[in-house]
Design a protein around this ligand. Sequence first.
Ligand SMILES: Cc1cc2nc3c(=O)[nH]c(=O)nc-3n(C[C@H](O)[C@H](O)[C@H](O)COP(=O)(O)OP(=O)(O)OC[C@H]3O[C@@H](n4cnc5c(N)ncnc54)[C@H](O)[C@@H]3O)c2cc1C
Length: 393
Amino acid sequence: MSGKGVRDVVLVGAGHSHIFVLERCIERGAPDARLTLVVDRRIAIYSGMVPGYVAGQYRVEQLEIDAVGLAERAGARVVLDPAVGIDPVGQRILLENAPSVPYDLASFDIGSTVTGLDVPGVRQHALPTRPIGEFVEQVDALVEKARRYDRGDLFQVVVVGGGAGGVELAFALDQRLRDATKRTLRVVLLEFGPRILSRYPSSLVRRVHRCAASRGLEIRCNEEVVAAEEGAVLLRNGGRVPCQALIWVTGPKSHPVFRRSGLATDERGFVQVRPTLQFRDHDELFAVGDCATLVQHPNTPKAGVYAVRQGPYITDNLYAALEGRPLRAYKPQGDFLTLLNLGDGRALGAKWGVTFEGRWVMRWKDRIDRRFMRRFQTLAGGGPANQDTPPTS
Ligand SMILES: Cc1cc2nc3c(=O)[nH]c(=O)nc-3n(C[C@H](O)[C@H](O)[C@H](O)COP(=O)(O)OP(=O)(O)OC[C@H]3O[C@@H](n4cnc5c(N)ncnc54)[C@H](O)[C@@H]3O)c2cc1C
């Protein structure tokens, strides 16, 4: 690291890991450096509660972490502008509009975008789940559209992508639109692969199918969407599925920042990091959460639980790098607790191959999520996460 006086530490993105860094700065004092948060929007959204919000179980304030409030309390300067590149030689973060920001150490926690946005018609006709803040902003308009729809009896919603997010959103929308509109409604989940939840136990998949059948929710596998148009999606096999609303929740893909900057990435453009969370080829650059792929564990799922687990590691390692101490090695856990909100007051769960379901599972999920939000909302000076009774719909 350079021998100049005050060093610049730049956090890019306010994802699930960086909020731990800000928390440490607030509670134990900022490191001996000038701290800057570069972020594209003031509010970070906690995705774990988004399906509950869509289902009508939470208010929007309950999903929100005031990233700028946290940063200010941490004594950080805030630059509200998306990072678009990195100059690793000149040690600068390149921004879309504002002047570039110099760094001695920088860490990225900018999440991911979704694949398939280049499928013809998707940008015009679909509602993608990323950026998640923009998705959340569109939910009420979708419900309103369903309420006012008068061009036929059936309002059909197509959800594309049978991962955990797609499954939860399909159930959540089914519940919300039924509650809000009382109209004839169908949610169809389209999955490109031979089964939904490809990385989860078969018994969880069976439970999802059973719950879907009992709710009239249709799940179709081996269906590749090749185009979207007004009122329908077109399939590779020539089929056409009518839809009045189209939700795009296909797999994660990297923002172009890393590849554009000539850094070492995996095939999806996610930056490669070592166990210390440093970039493969740069000691002064770190990355965590969805945007990073661990060289030694490249198949680690892009899930918030991993980003959360990396929070204490990136915090320790940034402090250690500044103080010249050895860095800690992060090793991802082998399995994680999956809790899928069904939108009707029940949830499905899986851990170590064992699966379960019921209202108690939803109460458990709700407690975990609220505890997490209480911690960071209180720190940022807010705290609506706990003002309501648990969801019971
Ligand atoms: C509907 C849905 C439900 C989900 N539910 C779960 C769940 O229950 N459990 C789970 O483990 N995972 C879940 N996930 C996956 C989870 O959302 C991600 O894995 C998680 O958000 C990744 O966290 P992160 O810290 O990497 O990034 P994020 O939480 O996405 O944060 C990224 C941050 O970077 C900012 N940013 C983005 N681009 C830029 C830029 N260019 N410059 C500056 N700032 C930028 C953003 O505004 C944000 O502050 C869900 C995903 C979806 C879509």
